[in-house]
Structures are given as C-alpha cells and as structure tokens.
Write a new protein. Structure first.
Length: 238
C-alpha cells in the first residue's frame, strides 16, 4: 500500500534540464499512465521514482519516505521493462524466484510465492520451461511474475509491451489491468502509445519536453484538453 508524491520534480543532466518541475499526488492503488513522445522524459521520471536517478530539485515521496533516503534493497518497488531480459539458462521457476533467493528467503517460501504468482499469471504449467520455450506474451508474464513475487507496494512499467506484436499488445493491456484490479498495487506505467494510455489509465500524465501538459482522467484529457499539445497528441477534435 503506497501513495507516490511528486513535488516540483526537476532533473538536469549536466547543464541541460530535461524535467522542468513535475507535481502530482498518486493515490494508493491508482494506475497512472505517463504518456508522451520519445525523449520527453518519461523514463527519466520513472527511474527517479525507482531511486535509480537522483532528483536534481524537488522531492519524490513513496508513502512518507523520500525515495533517496531509502536503501535500494529496502525500496518496496518493482520495475518491468521493455527489454525484460530473463535469464536464458534458468527455468521459469528460477527466473521468478531469483530475486527472493538473493533476498535470502527459504526454498519453501520462494516456491510458495512463485506458485502463487504463477497461478495469477496462468504460468503454472510452464514453471519448468526455459525462456526460449515460451511465447513473447508468456515471457512478458514471467517478467511480471518476477516483479509480483516480491509483493511490492509500487509497480513501475517502462513501455513493457513495445516489443510485442499488435495483437498480443492489446491482450497484454487487458491482462495487466486485470492484475491491477486483483492486486490493487499503485502503478506508474510509461508508454508513448496514446491508445494504450487512454485504455489503461485511471489518470494520465500527458508529457511534452519535460513538462506535464495535463494530468487527468482519459475522459478529461479527451474532452477538455488543457493545451494544444494535449489536444493534438491525444487526438481530440478540438
Ligand atoms: P523518454 O523515456 O520519454 O523517451 P528519456 O527520459 O529517456 O525520455 O529522456 C529524456 C531526455 O533526457 C532526452 O533528451 C535524453 O536524451 C536525456 N537523457 C536521458 N538520460 C540521460 C543521461 N543519462 N545523460 C544525459 N541525458 C540523458
Ligand atoms: Mg523511455
């Protein structure tokens, strides 16, 4: 259970500012989609929430803790990427349990958590397979399973479906949302795909060149775009 607060978050690489002050409060259990064109700063913002990039100014809090004050191992966050690199020499079971093994959990604990996640993701029959014996969608589910077994309070997704074909992408959108309903984990989901954003978001952050042009529900953004960019990017008729 966690809220995520962004308070005037800025990011500079050297002298170049790439995020110009993002502010929003994400409620516990909300599914927020950060959407915008390539290079607008989506991944940088997500990596900052994960504590993988420093915050140049402003503040990011998860619950009541500032992200940069929490040790990496204690961060209650799981991330799913586009290039979800599973270990090719390990079975699905080992891939899903690897993080728990590193964290020192017992074999029995790991097996029960892996079983639980596998059931949720319909991977029960595939636990002994290697990644190369799986379809693209199944591999992406293993990557999600690896994240879920840790029972994080916050889920971060960075374009997780970009490498999948169009049909599978649509199916996985539905699966991710179903998972979200079941688990209720606060989620930040990055995509450059407007349709993905519109169909998945509770609220969306429409980003352009390091600025949040609008933050609101898909319906709000569609019917009442705040800026010309939001209108054109989301494709509303106004
Ligand atoms: P997006 O994910 O929306 O495509 P990014 O967050 O990856 O955008 O990048 C935002 C901007 O920050 C881009 O101009 C990119 O070149 C720049 N950038 C990202 N990471 C670094 C880095 N480590 N060093 C310098 N510039 C970076
Ligand atoms: Mg990116």
């Amino acid at each position: 259970m966690a809220t995520v607060d962004l308070d005037s978050v800025k990011k500079r690489f050297g002298t170049t500012e790439v995020l110009h002050g993002i502010t929003t409060s994400i409620e516990d259990g909300e599914f927020i989609v950060i959407v915008g064109p390539s290079g607008c700063g989506k991944s940088t913002l997500l990596r900052m929430v994960a504590g993988l990039e420093s915050v140049s100014s402003g503040e990011i809090r998860i619950g009541d803790k500032r992200v940069n004050e929490v040790e990496p191992m204690d961060r209650d966050i799981a991330m799913v990427f586009q290039n979800y690199a599973l270990y090719p020499h390990m079975s699905v079971r080992q891939n899903m349990g690897y993080g728990l093994k590193i964290a020192g959990l017992s074999k029995e604990k790991i097996e029960s958590k892996v079983q639980e996640a596998a059931k949720l993701l319909q991977l029960g029959e595939y636990l002994d397979r290697r990644p190369k014996q799986l379809s693209g969608g199944q591999r992406q589910r293993v990557a999600m399973g690896r994240a879920i077994v840790r029972q994080p309070s916050v889920f971060l997704f960075d374009e997780p479906l970009s490498n999948l074909d169009a049909k599978l992408r649509v199916q996985m959108r539905v699966e991710i949302k179903e998972l979200q309903y079941k688990l209720g984990i606060t989620s930040l989901y990055v995509t450059h795909d407007q349709v993905e954003a519109m169909t998945m978001a509770d609220r969306m952050i429409v980003m352009n060149a390091g600025v949040a042009e609008q933050i609101g529900s898909p319906l709000d953004v569609y019917e009442k775009p705040d800026t010309l960019f939001a209108a054109q990017f989301i494709g509303s008729p106004s």
